[in-house]
Unconditional design. Structure first.
Lengths: 234, 322
């Protein structure tokens, strides 16, 4: 079992993915390996996941991967995941600091395994995985054969808090550190140079004119009604 | 570079999705719009696509696209893209759209730009505008690899407008092979939603963490009812389990653009703002005067929503009666 998480602290979405991995291994056996790409501060988040109960971790720590686009990130994660046997890759659908929501689909394609995305419930039975996949009108029951990748929706579970025993144990758990070169990825594949997506400009959009703000002194509701009348809603 | 822009046409609940038509409108405005429609669809679907600007429609009605996720459609699209080499292919930022674009971007090693709010054809490539951090920044980006550029477009980025094209449909064949049937949709479950829906609502009353609990959403429901609107929520309220995901507005939920948006107990996190900040008029009620939502509001009240909203409801009732 493998999962990915970014950020210095364990991202809430990533914590949900770790929790899901722990629940599945508690039920079916196996181990949870955390896979993450990030700066050295990411160790804090990794220790947190290990304290929750993950077995070990893989940390891709390399300045040359900085500035990777989604596909570059996916290449790094896929290459790191490939280094060990796995049945299931669990990802967060979207990390809290970047919302692209396609890295997991790219990882699955690079690993040539099916991607079960937007999962709000997961069940594993033998070598079958079945999820409830969010849909516009409700959910779909979607099934695949392992190995597979599943991307979990936020709110799929309530991640556990690390207990003192777990925190102590986490200190002794192994964190493997890889560079991009260890994974066979050059500058034409990852980092800013290898990015297929190039940022051209970063600017401020035309600002919305802020309106009037009043403090409620017992008339707040009435004042809103007056405003609604003014703009002819009522 | 050619100016042919493809749109991945999506069907949800037996209808072409609004985002499909929005993307077609934009594509027809700046280039030659064409659509790809895979899987079972209502009879008038191809006509609808032509009406909104598709000069050509690649079509296969095979059920394999409906019954097996991503892989059959990605296989067909990859073949079509290699053969016809459109300049750009657009996908909606939907469940299916993101999965498909992710697959193709890895397959072609070309990457993709996500969360696109606008785009132009420029210098033999594409320049996409991405509202970042809830719209407080605006980023422009391009894709550097040769070949078709893949863009994932936010809903409500463009207004859908008809621009009639003669109906031209090219039938394509479904791919074969069990290897494409790895992700099986066994069942589709419709979850019954109560009350008016967010999609298309002219007025939305929305609640966040400040609502403090599930039971207080009835207050918003009463207000929405008086204004003929729908009730929405922030991710915080959804994650807390107070309301279902279908009500979530924001980056990971729905994007809405109503005439009137009333934000109650919502601080205005960028993730939420990105889903509603293009609303025509925004009114907010929050006890924290420093809440970012006030910077986006046409009218704001700093106060206790449990006092302000009941007074507003009473006032609306009184004025209606008058």
């Amino acid at each position: 079992m493998v999962r990915k998480g970014v950020a210095h602290e364990l991202d809430p979405a990533a914590a949900s993915a770790v929790e899901e991995g722990l629940r599945l291994t508690e039920k079916h056996g196996g181990t949870v390996t955390l896979v993450t790409m990030g700066i050295s501060d990411a160790t804090i988040g990794i220790r947190n996941a290990l304290a929750m109960g993950a077995t070990s971790a893989v940390h891709i720590l390399d300045d040359s991967v900085a500035g990777s686009d989604t596909l570059g990130t996916a290449k790094v994660l896929a290459a790191a995941i490939k280094k060990q046997p796995f049945d299931l890759v669990i990802c967060a659908t979207e990390s809290s600091d970047s919302y692209s929501g396609i890295v997991h689909g790219q990882v699955a394609q690079l690993l040539a395994i099916p991607a079960l995305t937007f999962a709000k419930e997961i069940a594993v039975d033998g070598n079958k995985i079945s999820i409830h996949r969010q849909s516009e009108s409700g959910y779909d029951v979607v099934e695949a054969t392992l190995p597979a990748l599943v991307a979990v929706s936020s709110g799929i579970n309530e991640p556990r808090y690390p207990q003192l025993k777990g925190i102590m144990a986490a200190k002794k758990k192994e964190i493997k550190v890889y560079t991009a070169a260890d994974l066979g990825l050059g500058a034409d594949q990852v980092g800013e140079k290898g990015a297929r997506e190039k940022i051209l400009t970063v600017g401020r959009p035309p600002k919305r004119q802020a309106g009037k703000v009043v403090t409620d002194e017992g008339e707040g509701g009435k004042q809103i009604a007056d405003f609604l009348a003014e703009i002819k809603v009522i | 570079m050619s100016d042919v822009i493809w749109v991945n046409a999506e069907i949800i609940d037996e209808k072409i999705t609004p985002t499909t038509l929005e993307m077609l409108t934009k594509a027809a405005e700046i280039g030659k719009a064409e659509a790809v429609l895979l899987g079972p669809a209502p009879e008038d679907a191809t006509q609808t696509l032509a009406t909104f600007g598709a000069g050509k429609i690649y079509r296969c009605a095979d059920a394999v696209y409906r019954d097996y996720l991503t892989l059959p459609a990605a296989e067909t699209l990859a073949g079509l893209i290699e053969k016809h080499k459109p300049a750009v292919m657009l996908f909606a930022s939907s469940y299916a759209g993101r999965d498909l674009a992710a697959n193709l971007s890895a397959r072609f090693d070309c990457g993709a730009i996500t969360d696109v709010g606008d785009f132009q054809l420029k210098d033999g490539s594409v320049e996409a505008t991405i509202p970042a951090l809830g719209g407080s920044y605006q980023v422009t980006a391009t894709l550097v690899n040769p070949g078709t550029k893949l863009l994932i477009v936010r809903p409500k980025s463009f207004d859908a407008k008809a621009s009639e094209q003669p109906l031209a449909v090219e039938e394509v064949s479904a791919p074969s092979g069990d290897v494409l049937k790895k992700i099986h949709v066994k069942e589709r479950v419709a979850v019954k939603r109560e009350g008016p829906q967010l999609e298309g609502a002219k007025t939305i009353v929305s609640g966040g963490r400040g609502l403090k609990g599930e039971e207080h959403f009835s207050l918003l429901k009463d207000l929405a009812e008086l204004l003929g609107g729908a009730v929405g929520a922030t991710r915080a309220a959804v994650d807390a389990g107070w309301v279902p995901y279908a009500m979530q507005i924001g980056q990971t939920g729905k994007t809405v653009k109503p005439d009137l948006y009333i934000a109650c107990g919502i601080s205005g996190a960028v993730q939420h703002l990105s889903g509603m900040k293009t609303s025509k008029v925004i009114i907010s009620i929050n006890k924290d005067a420093e809440a970012p939502i006030f910077q986006y509001s046409d009218f704001g009240v700093v106060g206790d929503l449990f006092k302000v909203i009941p007074q507003l409801i009473a006032e609306l009732k009184a004025r209606k009666g008058a």
